[in-house]
Design a protein around this ligand. Structure first.
Ligand code: SAM
Length: 510
């Protein structure tokens, strides 16, 4: 077999290519936050009663897979009038249908599937009068928004910060438990990806994931295969509180750990450098016959994800007992801002012809100054002009409104010409009130690498502290003398050359 044949297909999450492909995962964006993951199917005859083959039905119309194949990622796909054939009653075709068919044919991507309907046995899709969606490449962020939830999941604002803090980078090895719905798994595998391993010995970035719920484990296993992430994520069905994190008795040599478990403190003893005292029998050598799942050559970074502060307290206590350092806790309070165009400002009148909002800050200040001035005038006026102070205030307000109306009339005369709706109005930004601010508390810590006597000796040989012959970075006497000699030599050579040139010039003059 050639190399190309043995190489696994690369996951669409890692290298999606430029265009959609059959049998690949695609994310359909129906509206801003409404995403639908689908596997694009090749056109091969009637499907589920549709003459156009497989069809996605949405509130925005029907979308045959054939219209979404071999198009650049991000393309807008127009809805089609689908022929339900055996599935429903046939529609009568009218002149409008013919017009849309011509239109659709013009807009079809040039693919064998679309042009060669006889070969595929599917009917060519006809564009509908309205309705569209976008076809997007799968990314961990879009997957998090659209994945089938089996559990609570870690969201993008949390996992992007976590992956940065635990120093996940191409080539890293991460331990993750529990796998749950795979939201964090997809983000972490992209962070560590530096190619598929070509053999069992080939060490590449990898995620070792653990899940004890059998059904979730099987669903996740299938998903990883469907997404071509098999070689990069090693999923194990295990209760990590009891079984720990070794793979067939061997260490995965993790550089970083993420625990999204109800009791992280029960898993922590398995994530030590040597057998923890709590697991050792009396008098037992804790360094012997115990395999650590951690990379012995590096400081290991951990993050635990817990919704309650009581869980944090217990986790931090366990970390302190087990030698973790640099322990701190973070809460991500993510706030999404919604930016829209709205008709605010004096340029935009309401239906009643009044708009109380000032055009800009200067105008707002001008108006305030005017109102204040009138209030001062009223206050200075002798009593009796109005019956009481309240009436005076009303008059002031009325005058203010009249002024606003006057301003309004003035500005409506200056109204800009009609603009298309998408550039009409002003850009305004609002916080979205429904955004959840608390997901979980993130506890971070570092477990330094073990430092043996051999390590100390090797470091001392390299950096002989206290036995230096000179100040580190300085030049010894011999070298300094040699450099001085070379410098003098260069100066002498330069003088000799100058003298020679002067003599030649003198000769030429004579
Ligand atoms: N981080 C995941 C994600 O982003 O989709 C969600 C994890 S979910 C909140 C917690 C998972 O941990 C559950 O699926 C649960 O079955 C699993 N779990 C709980 N205790 C476990 C244990 N002792 N060993 C392995 N998995 C465990």
């Amino acid at each position: 077999m050639t190399d190309a044949m043995t190489r696994p297909t690369v996951s669409p999450f890692l290298e999606p290519g430029l265009r959609t492909k059959p049998r690949s995962l695609a994310i359909l964006q129906l509206s801003r936050d409404n995403l639908l993951p689908i596997y694009l199917q090749e056109a091969s005859g009637e499907h589920d009663g549709y003459a156009e083959g497989a069809v996605v039905n949405t509130r925005y119309g029907s979308f045959p897979h054939s219209t979404m194949l071999n198009v650049p990622w991000g393309s807008q796909i127009r809805a089609s009038k689908v022929d339900t054939g055996s599935r429903g009653r046939k529609r009568k075709r009218g002149p409008k249908d013919d017009a849309s068919r011509d239109d659709a044919e013009e807009n079809q991507p040039e693919t064998a599937d679309n042009n060669d309907t006889e070969a595929t046995g599917v009917k060519q899709a006809v564009a509908d009068d309205s309705g569209f969606i976008h076809v997007l490449p799968p990314t961990p962020e879009l997957w998090t928004q659209s994945l089938p939830h089996r559990t609570q999941v870690v969201y993008t604002p949390d996992y992007s910060y976590i992956l940065h803090r635990i120093r996940a980078r191409p080539g890293s090895t991460i331990i993750e438990a529990g796998a749950g719905s795979g939201s964090f798994t997809h983000a972490s595998v992209r962070a560590v990806y530096n190619g598929y391993p070509s053999s069992a010995e080939d060490r590449k970035g990898k995620v070792f994931s653990f899940e004890y719920h059998e059904e979730r484990y099987h669903k996740m296993k299938k998903e990883l295969t469907d997404h071509n992430l098999d070689g990069l994520v090693h999923l194990t069905h295990r209760d990590v509180y009891n079984g720990g994190f070794l793979i067939d008795g061997k260490s995965p040599e993790a550089d970083a750990i993420f625990l999204d478990l109800p009791k992280p403190w029960e898993a922590l003893p398995h994530l030590s450098r040597r057998k923890p005292q709590t697991q050792a029998k009396e008098g037992e050598d804790t360094a012997a016959e115990w395999v650590s799942p951690l990379n012995p050559k590096k400081a290991v970074h951990i993050c635990t994800f817990s919704p309650c502060i009581e869980q944090v307290t217990r986790t931090v206590s366990a970390m302190r007992r087990l030698g973790w350092v640099d322990i701190d806790m973070v809460e991500i309070a993510n706030r999404k801002l919604h930016t829209i165009r709205d008709r605010v400002g004096l340029h935009y009148q309401t239906d009643r012809g009044v708009n109380v909002s000032p055009h800009d800050v200067e105008e707002a200040l001008e108006r305030l100054a005017e109102i204040e001035e009138r209030v001062r005038e009223q206050a200075a006026r002798p009593r009796g002009a109005g019956e009481d102070g309240a009436e005076d205030a009303d008059t002031v307000m009325k005058n203010g409104d009249d002024a606003a109306k006057k301003d309004n009339d003035k500005t409506s005369a200056e109204q800009p010409p009609f603009q298309t709706p998408w550039v009409d109005g002003r850009l305004i930004t609002k916080g979205e009130p429904e955004i959840k601010t608390h997901t979980s508390y993130l506890v971070f810590a570092v477990l330094p690498r073990e430092w043996t006597e051999e390590d100390e000796a090797a470091a001392f040989a390299k950096h002989p502290c206290g036995k230096e012959k000179a100040v580190v970075g300085s030049i010894d006497k011999q070298t300094r003398k040699k450099e001085r000699r070379e410098q003098l030599q260069k100066i002498g050579d330069r003088k000799a050359r100058r003298k020679e040139r002067a003599e030649k010039i003198a000769e030429a003059v004579e």
